[in-house]
Ligand binder design. Sequence first.
Ligand SMILES: NC(=O)c1ccc[n+]([C@@H]2O[C@H](COP(=O)([O-])OP(=O)(O)OC[C@H]3O[C@@H](n4cnc5c(N)ncnc54)[C@H](O)[C@@H]3O)[C@@H](O)[C@H]2O)c1
Length: 324
Amino acid sequence: MLKVGVFGVGHLGKFHLNNWKEIEGVELVGFFDPNDDAALAVTEKYQLPRFLDSGLLMDACDLVDVVAPTNYHFELCEKAIRKGKHVFVEKPLANDMDEARQLVKLARESDVKFQVGHVERFNPAFLAVKDLDLNPLFIEVHRLAQFNPRGTEVSVILDLMIHDIDIILSIVKSDVKSISASGVAVMTDTPDIANVRIEFHNGCVANLTSSRISMKKMRKMRLFQKDAYIGIDFLDKKAEVIKLKEPKDSNVFAFDIDTPSGKRTIAIANPPVPEVNAIKQELVEFKKAIEQNTKTIVSEIDGLMAMDVAHQILQKIGNNVLAR
Ligand SMILES: NC(=O)c1ccc[n+]([C@@H]2O[C@H](COP(=O)([O-])OP(=O)(O)OC[C@H]3O[C@@H](n4cnc5c(N)ncnc54)[C@H](O)[C@@H]3O)[C@@H](O)[C@H]2O)c1
């Protein structure tokens, strides 16, 4: 049995509890949360012991699951690694680059497995296309959310855009060449809406818009590459591929068009989207990595790289932020 303790049982922490309960071979040992109301609700609903000392809970676990607000990630992760516990930490990895680098160093020097909660890597719409031959030259992303005070301890870049930054870094096999960005602090003291252009050394350009002050939700990524368009709808869990010269099969609607270079076939496909609960899947994969001593799918380095780009973006935004 893998003994798990959950640190932070607010909005997302409860999803983690629900999913850990469903995963075979896991024993939920208890939880730690300084908020009495949150703790009472969980003790009643889950019949799970509340620990008042985070260190004692860590001592009783094999795996420390950090779902506390971002400004507590560093202290909880550091303590857990020093105690030799495997760590799953929600995104973003930490509050700033200094903390993130320290965590990476500590994790590397230890024997523990470490995974960051970039859950969109396990989104069924992304799983449907991730093994295609992805080599985008242009990426357009919109991640729009309605305003919610939860998460506003960090900017929209670290709260929402970091999901897309991580996905893009996992797809584009090239280093970042330059970044330009602008953002506006409308409801909070940090950017609530931002537009960013990332250029990569291989010529790929990603244009990202993230907002947490929109009326409607949207989470779409569109990839354009030689001979193909790939659309990923993270919210509605749909994927679409439009390809030139794809052989026709039952899954594909294809038609011929005239182009300057002659007749081509355009094929439109909706690749099958697996029925996957992304949060459960990321936890299952983490458990597997611990048991089989393999690499975690979203490592501490991935978490650091996403934060590095996010912080470059925040630096670029700098004085462009029009605070209230
Ligand atoms: N992967 C995702 O898509 C996603 C979505 C939402 C939130 N998150 C991340 O999850 C984390 C938590 O977000 P949330 O929306 O659940 O926030 P929340 O405010 O709903 O819950 C946080 C809980 O942590 C508790 N807490 C505060 N200090 C703590 C400490 N030192 N130790 C343990 N618990 C502590 C709070 O009392 C609260 O109950 C954040 O880092 C956020 O960025 C990730």
